[in-house]
Design a protein around this ligand. Structure first.
Ligand SMILES: O=C(O)CCC(=O)C(=O)O
Ligand SMILES: [Fe+2]
Length: 285
């Protein structure tokens, strides 16, 4: 399994997990509550509107015509660890929101920390290398919804980006994720949704930790031509101010340090700054 993870992260920068132990019921309930939240009146959702990128609960809506084309997406961002510190701030309408989304959030985080043990081992580090830091680290859950759009409308859900996290677990109600395949003349490859499957995406902070052995993957989301789509991204990171830097075990004369130390805090400052370069590029030495 370690070799499979190593190959997936190094060559494809992407893998999926099946038989992960999170029940279909937990998944369906979370997606159901999130869909109901998104379908509720704008008045309800507006309470959570904010431009403050560090807000623990934030609703946002983008209907822009940006450089990457037309974009259409609503999202709700929720801090989710330690869950008891934040859940009281989450939407309580629909009334099952906190229970259903909270259950999924706790389970996906547990699974994520376990999988990260295998990922650090596949980098040649100890399986417990990040365990404590992740136990105390940030879990930011971002649920997205994209309205149904015909393929000819050329509307994009979420423009191309890499994730800031150590690692991201993605759940989706229907297909729409596309990954940039640099091994195939930089083509966008669509990754079909398979029921119950979670997609795993290497983030910028894992790229830093592994000193570039694993690269964070460019991805984007396209709306579905048939159904509106909901996706739930669970971003696992270290604590806000904790630094992540290339593991000393992975730096030597042959492999000089390629990235400088950074933190989640720095990422948020980058987001709200005028810096145009992608965050990961600002970290390269
Ligand atoms: O909706 C998707 O498939 C992708 C979501 C995503 O990439 C993100 O929230 O960072
Ligand atoms: Fe993403």
């Amino acid at each position: 399994m370690l070799q499979t993870i190593h190959d997936a992260c190094q060559n494809k920068v992407f893998f999926q997990v099946v038989n992960h132990g999170i029940s279909q019921r937990v998944i369906d309930d979370a997606l159901g509550s999130l869909s109901n939240f998104f379908e509720s009146a704008m008045e309800e959702k507006k309470i959570f509107l904010s431009d403050d990128v560090k807000k623990p609960v934030r609703f946002g809506t983008s209907r822009s015509n940006g450089d990457a084309g037309k974009v259409s997406r609503d999202f709700i961002k929720l801090y989710a660890n330690p869950i008891e510190d934040w859940i009281g701030l989450w939407p309580h309408d629909p009334t099952d929101f906190r229970e259903n989304v909270g259950k999924y959030a706790s389970e996906v985080r547990r699974l994520g920390i376990d999988i990260m043990g295998a990922v650090t081992e596949s980098l040649g580090l100890s399986p417990t290398y990040l365990r404590n830091s992740l136990e105390q680290g940030m879990h930011i859950l971002v649920a997205n919804t994209y309205p149904q759009c015909s393929p000819t409308s050329k509307i994009l859900g979420l423009p191309p980006h890499t994730d800031h996290s150590i690692i991201t677990f993605l759940l989706e109600s229907t297909s729409g994720l596309e990954i940039m395949d640099f091994t195939d003349s930089s083509a966008w490859k669509s990754i079909p949704a398979v029921k119950s499957t979670l997609k795993v995406i290497v983030g910028n902070h894992l790229e830093v930790l592994g000193n570039g052995m694993y690269k964070s993957v460019f991805h984007r989301a396209t709306p579905s031509p048939r159904l509106s789509r909901v996706s739930v991204a669970s971003f696992l990171s270290l604590r806000m101010g904790e630094t992540v830097e290339p593991a000393v075990e992975l730096v030597d004369e042959e492999h000089p340090q390629k990235y400088r130390a950074t933190s989640l805090d720095e990422f948020f400052n980058h987001l709200s700054s005028n810096e145009e370069r992608p965050y990961i590029d600002c970290l390269k030495i």
